[in-house]
Design a protein around this ligand. Structure first.
Ligand SMILES: [Fe+2]
Length: 372
């Protein structure tokens, strides 16, 4: 990306961020809505503080605008349940900080070298700018998770369009039994050395897979309802009974559940339970990546895999341990694909998302696999 393209992409991301919160007042931005989601004011300040830390302090060598403020926006030091109590910036101070940081970012950008031959790996090919864009857009998605809780909230037109167009009809591969067969063999997994990717997507390496079949489309609401009826499984988050059917109550609405749409807002435990009930299993993340180009119905919901979030062989943390490395282990499950709330820039084929297996606030569904 050229410097002009970087500046434009940063501006676009910021417009999207501000459009998401435009309908809300300061009280709603500051409110603690959920113990597992940050107040929106924290997200906004954190987006700006992360930008200041990397693009102004690290790259530009400048002092922070507000001294020690950054420690309250450290995502590892401050778990989500305490973020609403921190002395973070609010209201006009918050808006001024976001604008001040952005002005400094653009000023620093003027003076840096970002070509392919630059020695500093942060600046080579504009890595740090791509990282900042991805960071802001990923926080847009966590903000959208919270906005599901806001009664009467209306999505910005662009996001609403992305949501509608991401739904495919006739998703119930589990009822039609349509699968894609993938041969046994060696498959290349992960991101190559060039271009932007997170450290956890690297290095690219070969894995050996046994032959397997994977559903051509994600599991639909109708199939999930059948599973609930047969097994007593919990409904997805935000679903409520209405008459004989179900409605989605997110954003304070009561929208009838369309059985042909992909199911989302299920936890890993619910996804795993569905797959077992269907006589199948969740795919591993490597199976998912190997089959990705053959799959329909990507992009409405993240898809849970059976894989724990682990380092690839030869992993090196870059540019900081707290993005991925501190989360490696058997506590988090990997999700692949993307959701309607995910910006296309984030949805690389090799992108690995992760969350705790009990969480369903994330826009996640599943598709099933089985050994061939
Ligand atoms: Fe963050």
């Amino acid at each position: 990306m050229s410097k002009a393209a970087i500046a434009e992409a940063l501006e676009e991301a910021r417009e999207r961020t501000l459009a998401l919160v435009e309908p809300l007042d300061d009280e709603q931005l500051n409110r603690i809505w959920s113990s597992i989601l940050s107040p929106l004011a924290w997200d906004l300040g954190h987006i700006a503080n992360f930008e200041e830390l990397w693009l102004v302090q690290t790259i530009g060598g400048r002092e922070p605008l507000h001294g020690e403020l950054g420690r309250f926006y450290d995502a590892i030091e401050n778990p989500r349940k305490i973020r609403g109590e921190l002395p973070i910036l609010r209201d006009e101070d918050l808006r001024a900080y976001m604008a001040d940081v952005r002005a400094r970012t653009l000023d620093v950008l003027e003076g840096v070298e970002i070509g392919p031959d630059v020695e500093d790996p942060l600046l080579r090919d504009g890595f740090v700018y791509e990282m900042l864009l991805a960071h802001e857009l990923q926080h847009n998605e966590t903000m959208l998770q919270l906005l599901q809780l806001v009664d009467g909230y209306e999505l910005p037109a662009e996001v609403s369009r992305e949501r509608s167009s991401s739904r495919i009809a006739e998703t119930s591969a589990s009822s039609t039994g349509e699968t894609v067969a993938i041969d046994a063999g060696e498959y290349e997994i992960g991101a190559g050395p060039r271009g932007f990717a997170y450290d956890n997507e690297r290095p690219r390496h070969t894995v050996e897979l046994q032959a397997f079949e994977i559903d051509r489309t994600p599991v639909g609401n109708g199939a999930y309802i059948s599973c609930m009826e047969a097994t007593g499984a919990e409904p997805p988050l935000y679903w409520e009974r209405e008459g004989d059917g179900w409605v989605d109550t997110s954003r304070g609405q009561r929208t009838p559940i369309d059985p042909s749409h992909p199911v989302i807002h299920v936890s890993w435990h619910q996804a795993d339970g569905f797959a077992r009930w269907a006589g199948k299993r969740l795919p591993t993340e490597f199976e998912w990546e190997a089959a990705r180009d053959r799959l329909d119905g990507l992009g409405h919901g993240w898809e849970w895999t059976s894989s724990d979030f682990l380092a690839y062989p030869g992993f090196e943390a870059f540019p900081y341990r707290e993005y991925s490395e501190v989360f490696f282990g058997d506590e988090h499950k990997v999700l692949r694909g993307s959701a309607w709330a995910t910006h296309p820039r984030v949805a690389r084929p090799t992108f690995r998302n992760w969350d705790l297996p009990q969480r369903s606030q994330i826009f996640a569904g599943l598709r099933c696999a089985r050994d061939a």
